[in-house]
Design a protein around this ligand. Structure first.
Ligand code: ADP
Length: 259
């Protein structure tokens, strides 16, 4: 039997994430105009596109931080059709499927690294403190910060804070990790350590969707690259195609600007 709680579960060919006709407006601003997206389990999808094209909004809709106006989102078997109004419990179920890593880590400033990791599992998921603590220590070890368990966020470098942010997302045992420009607020010298943690997670088989301008990371780690512009998917495919020989003029223009 496939263990659906194991992100490395092999042999599943159905997409882990299925998005259809997703639409989201803020007032008159039609930010997402019908997004379709499939994400295979255990794959890394990198989303690229100009500023303001809807990348962050798409990630936020995937875990119901923003509520779409229309379309469907399915993550690991939890499906929501946003054509009608959704209830809070429905939104919470979808939200629980994914962990979000933000541009700036958004850690609780008055809690230690370890306490930041334990908060969600104990309070939101009602897991026993001892179990959550042991799991949190293992996660800090995984991101190379076992020695910083008792440090407060202000005592950590930007890169270390972001690694705690990643560990905190993992602590909720999501099916999917969403990264929203996880390195864009970092000093250049700490970008590498965060990307290294993300590479490790990819190698472990986590399903990841990453919004980033780090094209080298996309070339080396992504299984699938999606170029979004104006709230639609303009082009998607293997990194060698989308980044190496883009079919669309808009993709070529964008890549010329950022490379
Ligand atoms: P990207 O991540 O590609 O830069 P965003 O998804 O952040 O793009 O933003 C797309 C558009 O949606 C922008 O015009 C932005 O101003 C608008 N937008 C995003 N969030 C909100 C919000 N909460 N309220 C109003 N407008 C928003």
């Amino acid at each position: 039997m496939t263990d659906v709680t194991d992100p490395r579960a092999a042999g599943r060919t159905a997409p882990l994430v299925r998005v259809r006709a997703l639409a989201k407006s803020f007032g008159d601003n039609h930010v997402l105009r019908g997004i379709d997206l499939d994400v295979a389990p255990g794959s890394v999808t990198v989303i690229i596109g100009p500023s303001g094209s809807g990348k962050t909004t798409l990630l936020r809709c995937l875990n119901a931080l923003d509520v779409p106006d229309a379309g469907t989102v399915e993550v690991a078997g939890v499906a929501l059709d946003f054509a009608g109004r959704r209830t809070q419990p429905e939104l919470r179920r979808l939200r629980a499927q994914s962990g979000m890593v933000f541009q700036s880590h958004q850690l609780f400033p008055h809690r230690t690294a370890l306490e930041n990791l334990i908060e969600g599992p104990v309070h939101a998921q009602r897991r026993p403190v001892a179990e959550a603590t042991a799991a949190a220590r293992a996660l800090l070890e995984k991101v190379g910060l076992a020695a910083k368990a008792d440090a407060y966020p202000h005592e950590l470098s930007g890169g270390q804070q972001q690694r705690v942010g990643i560990a905190r997302a993992l602590a909720l045992r999501p099916q999917l990790i969403l990264f929203d420009e996880p390195t864009s607020a970092l000093d250049p010298e700490t970008v590498g350590e965060v990307l290294a943690v993300m590479r490790d997670l990819a190698a472990e088989g986590w399903t990841m969707i990453v919004v980033t301008h780090e094209i080298r990371f996309a070339q080396q780690v992504a299984d699938h690259v999606v170029f979004i512009d104006g709230g639609v998917v303009v082009e998607e495919g293997a990194p060698a195609d989308v980044l190496g020989r883009p079919a669309h003029q808009r993709t070529r223009q964008f890549l010329r600007r950022i490379l």
